[in-house]
Each structure stands twice: as structure tokens, then as C-alpha cells.
Design a protein around this ligand. Sequence first.
Ligand SMILES: *[C@@H]1O[C@H](CO)[C@@H](O)[C@H](O)[C@H]1NC(C)=O
Ligand SMILES: *[C@@H]1O[C@H](CO)[C@@H](O)[C@H](O)[C@H]1NC(C)=O
Ligand SMILES: *[C@@H]1O[C@H](CO)[C@@H](O)[C@H](O)[C@H]1NC(C)=O
Ligand SMILES: *[C@@H]1O[C@H](CO)[C@@H](O)[C@H](O)[C@H]1NC(C)=O
Ligand SMILES: *[C@@H]1O[C@H](CO)[C@@H](O)[C@H](O)[C@H]1NC(C)=O
Length: 366
Amino acid sequence: MVGGVQIGALAACVVLFVPMVMAGWHLSRNKMLFFGCSLFITLAVCVHLTPYFPSVSDFATSFSSFVVFDHRDSCINLVNQIIWDVKPTHRVVNNTSFTPNYYYEKNWDWLKSRKLDACEFQKLDKSDASDLLNGSWVVVAGDSQARLLVVSLLSLVLDQERVDSIRGDLFKRHSDYDIVIDEIGMKLDFIWAPFETNLTDLVIKFKEKRKYPDVLVMGTGLWHMLHVGNASDYGVSLRSLKSSVVSLLPFSPELGTDGPVTGSVSIRSPHLFWLGMPMLINGMLNTEEKRLKMNDLMWHAYDRALGDSKLLRQTGGPLVLLDIQSLTWNCGPRCTLDGMHYDAAVYDAAVHIMLNALLIESHQRL
Ligand SMILES: *[C@@H]1O[C@H](CO)[C@@H](O)[C@H](O)[C@H]1NC(C)=O
Ligand SMILES: *[C@@H]1O[C@H](CO)[C@@H](O)[C@H](O)[C@H]1NC(C)=O
Ligand SMILES: *[C@@H]1O[C@H](CO)[C@@H](O)[C@H](O)[C@H]1NC(C)=O
Ligand SMILES: *[C@@H]1O[C@H](CO)[C@@H](O)[C@H](O)[C@H]1NC(C)=O
Ligand SMILES: *[C@@H]1O[C@H](CO)[C@@H](O)[C@H](O)[C@H]1NC(C)=O
């Protein structure tokens, strides 16, 4: 550290010698005097103001934390950038009950680019996923898309036989399902909530009980499109969902630090996700009513309503998008039988997107 005395001595030298050197460059005496004075004043001001500015190390710290924050944010924005490789398989199929999709092999990975590589996204294996989710309470609420996401999540952390044995209960029409996976102390709830109002009710219930899941995934839209068919009404429902979610958050931007205080030692914000709507392939939808009401025009109106509701992180809202739209669009018609429910590969990818987002967030929070 350079002490005040040394700085003073240095300043004196500069004030003395710089004008003398300049005198060699044929400056007039007045100009020299002017230079000398202004140098002196500048140095004096600098020396006296230095203590009032944050020290260099403070500055470096705040800068590096800014960089970390920025990295975290930009990686969250990139986490949905998945590319597909869907190609025919050469499997011999001698069984007519196999679906045409069986003939295609679906592989996915994150897009290769410098920015994405820096985020180090990875497909988590069973043990990594178990570590990450160890001891947590996960709630997935929504329609059949949410149910398919649950199957993919369970397939990642459980053996296939156990998933197959669960499948029957999980797919009981229009019902809730819950399971505790003792090995990793994870509790998983699926809540049948086909409408946005169902989600809002759920969030209000969490708030009343003051018990929040660690991870909450929500997603609806298809039922509203089919049974209500009014995009602006969908937008209204999403906005009220958003305000109930925001009031749930212990540290929401709108509430500042004056938010609800539960009195517990650590109030963690739950990690919140929105499960986007899939692309609908109109010609493949399985009823005339669906083909009529769930057309492209309507789909885009609903998508706009979601954007306008500012529910998603990318529009300043609280929920991180799991971009089923881009996953299904890129996987394409070979990845669906009914133009609405897609193959496991799509929801598997969504699970890995979610886990990577959790990894990014938990580096900061946990
Ligand atoms: C069907 O194909 C499998 C292998 O893919 C083979 O093991 C099996 O014997 C075949 N069955 C018949 C009836 O051809
Ligand atoms: C065809 O495959 C399905 C699904 O694997 C199986 O349930 C069914 O028994 C098979 N049928 C025949 C005739 O092998
Ligand atoms: C989960 O965490 C507990 C302690 O909190 C530990 O004993 C257990 O081994 C962990 N399980 C896994 C699968 O990581
Ligand atoms: C979901 O909301 C709809 C419309 O508000 C309601 O009719 C239905 O009973 C709710 N379903 C559940 C499971 O709460
Ligand atoms: C659509 O929903 C909005 C908002 O709820 C409502 O004002 C409007 O009347 C509805 N339009 C139709 C055609 O029902």
C-alpha cells in the first residue's frame, strides 16, 4: 500500500518536474505556470477525494459479483436452447402394435456455441439428480403435459420397473398423485389443475398454510383454449395467477424486504417454473372439436397472452420458462401421435432443463 507521504512526494515531483520538462518544449513561462498550477490542483483534488471512493478491492468484488450474477441470468436465458437429431432407426419391427414413432430415434443436446459452452449445461444422471433433489419437496401442477413431465422426472430418479408400476396410478384420469421417494427423501406431488384458476387456488393454499415447496412447476392453457377459447380471458387469469405467485414469494421485487415474514430462520424462495404449451399439429389432433378450436390463430393468441401477462422471468416475472413450445417444434411431428402429447424424449429434455436451471440458481442460493 502506498502511504499518504509517498503520494505527496510523488505529487510534488510531478508538479515540479513536468512543467520543467515542458519548458524544454518551448512553452512560455506563463503557460508553464498554468500547467504547474493545474497539475497541482488536479493532484490535490485526487488525493483528497480518494478516501471517499470505494477502495479498489471493493470495486473488484462488486464487479466480480456483478459478473457472476450476469452469468447466472444469461445462462438461465440460454438453458432452453436444445437441438434435436431425429433419425430413422433400423430396428426390425415384427409387431404391428408398435407406433410409427418407434421407427425414429430421438436424440437431443444443447446447442453448441461459445456462450452455451460457458454455461456448462449437462444431462444429469440418476445420482446427480438425486443429490440435487435430496430432501426437497417438488410440486408439479397442471394438465396432461405436467403429468408427462412427472413421468420423466420419476424415470430419472427411479428404476424403470418402479416407474412402470406407478404409471397406472399416475394416469388415473383427472386425479392427483403423490409419492415419497425414501432413498433421496424427496416428496413429489402431482396436482391435477387443468385451469389457471386451479393454479391460483393452489398458490393461495400454500400461502395460507405458510408451507412452500422447494420446486414448483406449473403449466396450463390447453384446457382453457378448448373449453373457453378466449385468449384475453386467459390473459386475465394469468395475471391474477402472477399476482398470487408474487405475493407468495418471501423476497419478491414488488414487496422488497417487507414481504411476509414467517419467523423461520431461513426463508428460501421456492424455485418456480412455467411449463409452456406444446406446439399443436392441427391435422393430427384427435377430435373435430380440437381441430376446430385449437387452431394456429388461437394458439398464437394464447402465446401472446402469456407474454403480455409478464408471468415469465424473461418478461420480468417470477417463473422460469420450460420451453415446451420450442422443444416440440424442433422435435416435430415424428415426436407425437396426436399432435398434442409428445414422446418421452421431449419431457425428458424439459426435466434436464429444469435441473440445470436449479443448478444455476442453487449455486447462488443454497
Ligand atoms: C421379433 O423380433 C425380435 C427381435 O427384434 C425377435 O427376437 C423375435 O423372435 C421376433 N419374433 C417373431 C415372431 O418374428
Ligand atoms: C407387441 O408389443 C407390445 C408392446 O411391447 C406388446 O404389449 C404386445 O404383447 C406385442 N404383441 C405381440 C403379438 O407380440
Ligand atoms: C440425502 O441426504 C442425506 C443427508 O441429508 C444423506 O444421508 C443421504 O445419503 C443423501 N442421499 C442421496 C441419494 O444423496
Ligand atoms: C378447476 O377450476 C375449474 C374452473 O374454475 C373448476 O370447475 C374445477 O372444479 C377446478 N378443478 C380442480 C381440480 O380444482
Ligand atoms: C373474453 O374475456 C374477456 C375478459 O374476461 C371478456 O371481457 C370478453 O367479454 C370475453 N369475450 C367473449 C367473446 O366471451
